[in-house]
Design a protein around this ligand. Structure first.
Ligand code: SF4
Length: 259
């Protein structure tokens, strides 16, 4: 895809600006694919069977082609805004960034979120085959299979988003930026949504299978405490409006109707 096409698409009113910043990246289950530029580009660029294959050389070539065009676009925009990209990464900056990364990683809720990923891994180890056999027979409402899918999808996502939220908060506090809505609240919100959905999925497992009820309840309670800690750390997260997901974009609707 060339730069002009990329620019034209970026200005296309069909797409909601920044919708992919606070989503869960689960495009297969996303209700807003038609409004997402990210999705559109990946479908357009990787739609033929050959390029769909992640092992195919053509895939990586296309990806590096997009990267090249995007970097060019970035340089152009930086020049327009008077930003010197080359001077952004001084040694001090890098040390500072590393320090914040470490602080975020060591934050108590980040460690708890990572611990949750491990708990999921431990729980599934050795049980997954058995459960997938049972799952095939459970078909009412949310099936066991779907519950597994949800838990596995968010297993690492929660920690990644909690770390991103804490990292953003450190940055915002340092810059004394009290802008609302803040990016860290957006990350915390999608982490909370992932936690809520994971709790729901664990409850489905509990409903279908009582054999491991005690352990499942422990995990649910762990997640619930994590949820409360994230809410306490980010009191504005729940009210953060994610573009395209939490409020109907009336301007975009009007433009859809006009076109
Ligand atoms: S907004 Fe939806 S379609 Fe776009 S990247 Fe996120 S999950 Fe995928």
């Amino acid at each position: 895809m060339n730069r002009d096409r990329l620019k034209k698409l970026a200005a296309d009113k069909r797409f909601i600006a920044g919708i992919y910043n606070y989503c869960d990246r689960w495009c297969q289950r996303c209700p807003q694919t038609s409004r997402c530029l990210n999705f559109f580009i990946s479908e357009e660029e990787f739609s033929d069977p050959e390029t769909h294959d992640i092992r195919n050389e053509a895939f990586w070539n296309k990806l590096s082609g997009i990267l090249g065009e995007t970097l060019e676009l970035l340089r152009e925009s930086a020049k327009k805004w008077g930003i010197e990209l080359d001077t952004l990464g001084s040694i001090d900056d890098i040390e500072n960034i590393k320090g914040k990364d470490v602080a975020a990683e060591n934050h108590v809720i980040c460690r708890a979120a990572k611990r949750y990923s491990e708990l999921v891994e431990d729980w599934f180890r050795g049980r997954e085959t058995l459960f997938f056999e049972i799952a095939a027979t459970a078909r009412e409402g949310v099936s066991l299979e779907e519950a597994f899918e949800v838990i596995r999808w968010y297993q690492y996502f929660i920690a990644a988003k909690v770390i991103r939220a804490i990292r953003g908060k450190i940055e915002e506090e340092e810059e004394r930026c009290d802008e609302f809505p803040s990016d860290s609240d957006g990350s915390a919100k999608i982490a909370l949504i992932a936690i809520d959905r994971s709790i729901g999925a664990w409850a489905v497992i509990l409903h279908y299978h009582h054999l491991y009820a005690e352990r499942v309840l422990e995990i649910i309670s762990f997640l619930d405490r994590l949820r409360q800690a994230v809410e306490a750390t980010f009191p504005n997260a729940r009210s953060f409006i994610r573009p395209g997901f939490d409020r109907i974009d009336r301007n975009a609707l009007v433009s859809d109707m006009e076109s």
